[in-house]
Design a protein around this ligand. Structure first.
Ligand code: BES
Ligand code: ZN
Length: 457
């Protein structure tokens, strides 16, 4: 079956020998006109309103992996794929979450009534002793005086790990941390294996008031953590498959994907309800369009937990499937009004078939699309399996990234439309039945000029 070519050729209906490549760039070559006509078959059907409405629905609540919000999104995506006529599979997988159990703190014998929570990874246990403020808890700041005491630490400047380790090494028996300046909420943080003291967080306000109290005299503190520990939850990938036309099947598979989970504290309208909306829209359009290539539309769960869903999906592929997969298109954050221009990222910063196809479609539709180097999304597990893959995203990012402000009102229908057109045309250039399988397409009639760009995120 198809082996990834060293020089990626674009598949079009007209395979030209190098001798017959057009010399006059100003005049569109016949195959270019043909490509435009084919692009229109996809482009004309794309509805930005459809995508916008999908985002409106998905962004009504956060969709953190393993939560009710994710499950609702998953059911909705599945029902949409099915409505378009796809055979659709929910692929469950386990994710590990931290259950903070219950944390309690008291000062001078009085129960503290403010917000307290355990660090991710804290041991269960209790400790009572005098409270000692150690600032940021750098190795220089922490002396032997913390031995047998509870360390009060300000967050910031360096890792949670180092702070806890520095006081642990000097014999502290418990940790209470509070946020640094400008950090809001509780100092949610991580404790690590071997840091065997109960570790909790309180608000900055509460922390500063304790620092103040300590300047006036000593404070006896106790920290108690119970029932904290890892728990298993279930997240899902949603997979819709479109078989190629039975007489035309060339054995190739193209995947198009996005992640449907969000961060816990945000509605994730752009990250990544936008990509899900574009994936659904392309699925809707391709459902009735004959192809010679199998198409798979996949929305991944638990991307925000470390690409867990896409790693799981890639791990469940057979060797034959991996071999036949010629391209993965990942759309993540494709609709922000406030972000920069479209860019295609690959984990190694090299061009591949997907960036070639995207650049070529971009040039035909709206102008050059650059490429750059970045992982951080679900194209990574495909790339690691040797499948040409790229992330379509706008950069620089919008200021609302991963915040509660990542809402519908910041979504641009024009941006959604443009990305769906480019990815849809790129996919269709390979999948349409008149183009040869990639192994037979030796030259690129319209190689687009596109550049490496290390623009900031
Ligand atoms: N949509 C982002 C990916 C992203 C972020 C791309 C910033 C480009 C710039 C994605 O949902 C995300 O936030 N990913 C995580 C990585 C993951 C391994 C947890 C991230 O970048 O922190
Ligand atoms: Zn994302």
């Amino acid at each position: 079956m198809y082996k990834k070519p060293l020089t990626y050729a674009l598949a079009t209906g007209l395979v030209l020998s190098p001798m017959s490549l057009p010399v006059d760039a100003a005049k569109p070559a016949p195959n270019e006109q043909a490509d435009h006509a084919f692009d229109n078959k996809v482009i004309k059907k794309i509805s930005a309103d459809n995508m916008y409405n999908t985002i409106a629905l998905l962004s009504k609540q956060p969709r953190a992996a393993g939560t009710e919000g994710e499950y609702k999104a998953v059911q909705y995506i599945k029902s949409e794929f099915e409505r378009y006529g796809y055979e659709t599979e929910l692929q469950p997988f386990t994710i590990q979450e931290w259950d903070g159990g219950s944390a309690a703190v008291s000062f001078n014998g009085d129960a503290f009534t403010g917000d307290v929570h355990t660090f991710n990874g804290s041991i269960n246990g209790s400790a009572t002793g005098s409270l000692v403020y150690v600032g940021l808890a750098s190795a220089d700041e922490v002396g032997d005086e913390v031995a047998g005491k509870i360390a009060l630490i300000e967050r910031g400047s360096f890792s949670f790990y180092e702070k806890i380790q520095n006081v642990y090494d000097k014999g502290a028996i418990g940790v209470i941390m509070f946020n640094g300046e400008g950090q809001s909420g509780n100092a949610f943080g991580y404790a690590y294996e071997g840091q065997d003291i109960p570790t909790v967080a309180i608000t900055r306000e509460a922390g500063l008031s304790l620092v103040e109290q300590l300047t006036n005299g000593s404070v006896q503190a106790s920290v108690n953590v119970e029932n904290a520990g890892p728990i298993d939850k279930t997240s899902y990938n949603v997979i819709a498959k479109k078989e190629p036309h039975p007489n035309k099947d060339n054995g190739q598979i193209i995947t198009v994907g996005a992640h449907h989970d969000s961060v816990p504290n945000g509605p994730g309208a752009n990250d990544d309800a936008s990509g899900v909306a574009a994936t659904l829209e392309l699925a809707r359009i391709m459902a009735k369009t004959p192809t010679d290539t199998e198409l798979r539309f996949v929305t991944f769960g638990a991307e925000e937990k470390g690409l867990v869903g896409s790693y799981h999906y890639a791990d469940t592929l057979t060797d034959e499937e991996v071999e036949n997969m010629v391209a993965h298109f990942q759309m993540d954050m494709v609709g922000s009004r406030d972000a920069g221009e479209l860019i295609m990222f690959t984990p190694d910063g090299n061009k591949n078939l997907v960036t070639d196809l995207g650049a070529s479609a971009g040039a035909r539709i709206s102008g050059a699309v650059d490429y750059g180097e970045l992982g951080r999304s679900d194209h990574v597990p495909f790339f690691l399996k040797g499948i040409p893959a790229a992330l379509f995203i706008h950069a620089p990012l919008e200021p609302w990234y991963h915040s509660p402000e990542d809402t519908l009102d910041k979504i641009s229908k024009e941006k959604l439309q443009n990305v769906a057109e480019i990815v849809g045309s790129a996919v269709y250039q390979v999948a349409r039945p008149d183009t040869p399988a990639l192994e037979n397409a030796r030259v690129a009639p319209n190689p687009a000029d596109y550049d490496f760009d290390d623009r900031p995120l």
